[in-house]
Design a protein around this ligand. Sequence first.
Ligand code: ATP
Ligand code: MG
Length: 404
Amino acid sequence: MSARSAYTERKAMFTAFLIKYAEIGIKGKNRYLFEDALVRQIKYALKKCDGEFLVHKTDGRIYVDAQSEFDFDEVVTHLKRVFGIAGICPVVHVEDEGFEKLCGTVVSYVENVYPDRRKTFKVQVRRARKNYPKDSLELARDMGEVILNACPEMKVDVHNPEILLHIEVREKIYIYSEIIPGPGGMPVGTGGKAMLLLSGGIDSPVAGYMIAKRGVKIDAVYFHAPPYTSERAKQKVVDLARIVARYTGPIYLHVINFTDIQMYIYEKCPHEELTIIMRRYMMRIAEHIARETGCLGLITGESIGQVASQTMNSLIATNEVCELPVYRPLIGFDKQEIVEVAERIDTYETSILPFEDCCTIFVAKHPVTKPNVNVIRRHEHNLDEQIEELFRRAVDTEELIIAE
Ligand code: ATP
Ligand code: MG
């Protein structure tokens, strides 16, 4: 048999997955919230895969049982996007048809999964169904012997085995030994909701991903400025929201027409302060929508010193207009580090598509890098006449897109 088809055959054995999660911090009454959110996110992730799956919580564990044919790689790829999963164990699960039959299954499991059998192992039994004729220790010992007879190259090591072969006796019998690493983090929905300021750049999708990884559900707002920014620039943001939604679940994307506000600032305020004042209005509008939709914070892709509007002085100016906390998970990241995450989560290729951005259209040749907040506030008074009306209109005419 070729290596390739052996590999395919090996994967075809698996009919279920045991989901491992880090249990730190989820003791007591938080535990079921954590598990229910994890089950919900797993079901959401598997909706995109071919096949039928039963996701269930049994004896404090989460299992995904395949109810039909499925593509192993596709399922693993999707499970690897579910925050809260520490590890994914591919499982062979079989009907209990007696010890002899089980021996045959376990031996062929070992032969298939470990083509190189020069390894140490230990059998670990968990007997959830107490009427099984052998107790845990007996079953572990007897199965150990059967494996040794069938695969003489293998050795038992009860302290530090290379292969820890689990046999779990429930209604059916579950056999597994491998762990594929998951993304870690907390299941989305366990940590409240936050509003991501999502532009078409590299940074903000990564920022949203990182906060979602802590269990926070994400809504997003995008400011566009037609006709200065095109439909394609907007589509790119929708596409980015969809990619981030693979990890977070559906994202409610609020698209705000920012043109009139931007033009008004351009008309009334010094050009070198344009970007800062624009950013302050973005934050104000984002906070307004956040409050209306139950978000507990804002998220941006800012990183200290990346551009003029992200110096510490500029950050004072953009921060002071909001009362909600502003989460800036990339604040200490270099661009290269951000790019690495963007590549890993698959947003990078979309982010670098060359469409105009509303912040770059009116950008001054020499934007202030050390804005004085008192001066900025004074200049904002130039907007008093119409800004409230423009603000209200921008919010009232939002377009809501559900990205999933
Ligand atoms: P990014 O790479 O995330 O697009 P950027 O490098 O273009 O950001 P800035 O333009 O200074 O940097 O924007 C800083 C942050 O402000 C962005 O990370 C994003 O959170 C938010 N932001 C900027 N422009 C927009 C926009 N048009 N719509 C929504 N949010 C925006
Ligand atoms: Mg940036």
